[in-house]
Design a protein around this ligand. Sequence first.
Ligand code: NDP
Ligand code: BG6
Length: 484
Amino acid sequence: MVSRIIPVEPFDLVIFGGTGDLARRKILPGLYRRFCAGQMPENARVIGAARGALKDKDFRELVSKAIEEFVPKKRQDAKTIKEFATRLHYVTVDATGTDGWDALAKLVRKDVVQAFYFSVGPSLFGDLATRLHTHKIANPDARIVVEKPFGRDLESAQALNAVLADSFDEGQIYRIDHYLGKETVQNLMAVRFANVLFEPLWNAQYVDHVQITVAETVSVDGRGAYYDKSGAMRDMVQNHLMQLLCLTAMEPPSRFDPDAVRDEKLKVIRALDEVPADNIVRGQYGPGEDVDGYVAHSQNPETKTESFIAMKVDISNWRWKGTPFYLRTGKRLKARSSEIVIHFKQTPHSIFGEDAGSHDNVLTIRLQPDEGMDLRVTIKEPGPGGMRLVDVPLDMTFADALGPEAEDVPDAYERLIMDVIRGNQTLFMRGDEVEAAWAWTDPIIAGWTKRGDRPQPYEPGSSGPEDALMLLHRDGRRWREIRK
Ligand code: NDP
Ligand code: BG6
């Protein structure tokens, strides 16, 4: 496989919150990796901005340490880290005050691509946008990158959109959902729209049902205060799972361009039915041997927040009416495994008789770990003894099929930041898309809040609560096992 690194234009990337957790774990290590890949032009600069009184040299040290901690050892090289550090600068800025803004205005160049990454709490987005505007720092083509969560309901998302719109055009705003930057998520579009094989079958006539699972082993320990106000529905379903559902269900866009793709995703969200209470199962991990449960991690003994959710979702349009989408996500499950599984219908008639058993084709798109796809097809069991059928996988693990370079694909953040610099919004959420997702989510949350529903306990290291299994059993279906 030939690696094609497309250089980007010179840029100044200002990271507000440049000393925070996200910047240290994802954004700065990601930029280092792009630097190593030769994608950062000579005069590109990264400017950290936060309230802490740091000098350039302190920030460079902080970033070097972050690289040592969060970039795999085999990708680290002391000389390259030093070279990368020369691109780093720091300005002390208070988003809510006047300190530092003049210095920032002086430092940021007007004649290069400007990107301003809001890696701070959402309550500061408005302050930052307004100050960038009033201090005339941002040029008309500047890009504003906004982290999640984008609101906690429709009203707050609308308010955020409004505050950003006061200073910037929609074409300048890049709302991050890092799932859209994952390699396999984009591959989903390639598989659907660059092959003739699947698209004719990609509808309710041939697809029995779809399963989307994002299972995690991590707990919420250390971030209980945030998570307890959010829960799996707001933290994962409204954004990440919704994006996966949209890319799986959308109509082919006419072009692979930002608005064509986002228009099609929006249509899917608008076609989602309301979800009745008995199509939703919420769970909360309990304590296990030597491990605390959710209640301890949330530090809220009265908590009713879900760390797991499974739901059956129907899409009311011509393509999907009658084909349910089952979504499932949770913390502290038995394995970290994210996949989209397309279960095709059985053949209308089996010419092999009852002894051959029942078989169906299943396409599994593995997001993580072990990115790849496999298609289960039915063949004759080898050997004598009549016509017995067996299901075998046509496996395409990207690392096997594409060689070592497939193992070195950019992390989601790396890819998304480079897209920002290129000015490509395809993999970012548009304002109306986020609002539509909240408009669908809000009544679901309001429903269980009004009823006072408590999530069901589940064992840490399990597949979630029993009732999640029942959600499919009662329809004569089974979840694909969450595998290690
Ligand atoms: P942290 O609390 O670790 O960092 C916050 C950063 O913002 C620090 O650099 C802090 O520095 C700076 N900051 C705080 N107040 C101000 C202010 N008034 N003016 C200027 N800078 C300020 O947060 P995270 O890095 O974890 O999160 C940042 C954003 O990213 C949040 O919106 C979060 O929801 C989102 N996010 C985080 C993820 C993660 O894994 N951490 C994952 C996905 C999204 P100082 O105190 O010196 O000002
Ligand atoms: C974040 C959520 O957006 O995504 C976290 O806030 C979650 O709760 C994380 O753990 C999962 O991302 P990934 O890339 O590890 O699957």
